[in-house]
Write a protein of this length. Structure first.
Length: 197
C-alpha cells in the first residue's frame, strides 16, 4: 500500500485528526521545505572536510524534523541530543527554559548546528546558544522548523527557518500538547475543546 493511500485510510479512521481544527502545513509542503533546508545546509557546510559538524537537536519536539533532515544531509555527522524543558504538561505559554541533564561534552572545535522544532519566546535557543558557546565550538548556528510571529523575550538569530507561522499554539510533526499529537505528520491547530482551560 503506498503512502498516500495509507494516509487516507489513517485519516478516515483517525482519532487524533479529529482534534485538529485546521491544518497549517501539510505533509507535502513539509517534505519539500525540509529538503530545501537540507540542500542549503549541505551547501553551507560543504567545506566540512574534517567531519566537524555536530547536530544538536532539542528533544522531544525536534525528533521528527531531525529524522527527516539528517537523511538528506550528505555529511559524516554526529548527533548529540539535548533536552530543554519549557512547556511542562498542558501549559501553552512559555514558562522559561531550563536544561535537563548535561550538555554533550565533545563540542569544542566543532561546527554545531542546533535544531529545534519552534522558536517562540526565544528562551530555549538563547539558553542553548549561551551554554554551547561556553564549550568553545568553532561555530554555532541554529535551525528551527517553525518560527512564530510573536514578541520574543529574548532576541535570537536563526540561520535556517522552515516556516514562519502566525502566533497560534500548534501541534504535530513533533510538537505536542500535554505529550500528545507529536505523531501527526502535519502541523495543525487544535480545536478549542482540545485545550484544557
Ligand atoms: P521558547 O523557549 O522559544 O519560548 O519556546 C520554544 C519551545 O516551546 C519549543 O521548543 C516548544 O517545545 C515549545 N513551544 C513553543 N511554541 C509552541 C507551540 O505553538 N506548540 C507547541 N506544541 N510547543 C511550542
Ligand atoms: Mg522544545
Amino acid at each position: 500500500m503506498d503512502r498516500t493511500h495509507r494516509q487516507q485510510q489513517r485519516r478516515a479512521s483517525g482519532r487524533i485528526d479529529q482534534d485538529i481544527a485546521e491544518v497549517l502545513i501539510d505533509e507535502d509542503a513539509i517534505a519539500r521545505r525540509v529538503q530545501e533546508l537540507a540542500d542549503t545546509i549541505a551547501r553551507d557546510y560543504a567545506h566540512d572536510e574534517g567531519s566537524r559538524l555536530v547536530i544538536v537537536p532539542v528533544l522531544t519536539g525536534a525528533f521528527m524534523f531531525l529524522a527527516d533532515i539528517v537523511r538528506d544531509l550528505p555529511h559524516k555527522i554526529r548527533i548529540e541530543v539535548v533536552t530543554v524543558s519549557s512547556y511542562p504538561g498542558a501549559a501553552t505559554v512559555s514558562k522559561g527554559a531550563a536544561l535537563v541533564g548535561v550538555l554533550p561534552k565533545a563540542l569544542e572545535g566543532r561546527d554545531v548546528l542546533i535544531l529545534d522544532d519552534i522558536l517562540d519566546s526565544g528562551q530555549t535557543l538563547g539558553l542553548l546558544q549561551d551554554e554551547i558557546q561556553n564549550r568553545r565550538p568553532r561555530s554555532v548556528r541554529t535551525c528551527v522548523f517553525l518560527r512564530k510571529q510573536c514578541p520574543r523575550t529574548r532576541e535570537v538569530t536563526c540561520d535556517y527557518v522552515g516556516f514562519d507561522i502566525p502566533d497560534a499554539f500548534v501541534v504535530g510533526y513533533g510538537l505536542d500538547f500535554d505529550g500528545f499529537y507529536r505523531n501527526l505528520p502535519y502541523v495543525g491547530v487544535l480545536r478549542r475543546e482540545g485545550i484544557a482551560p
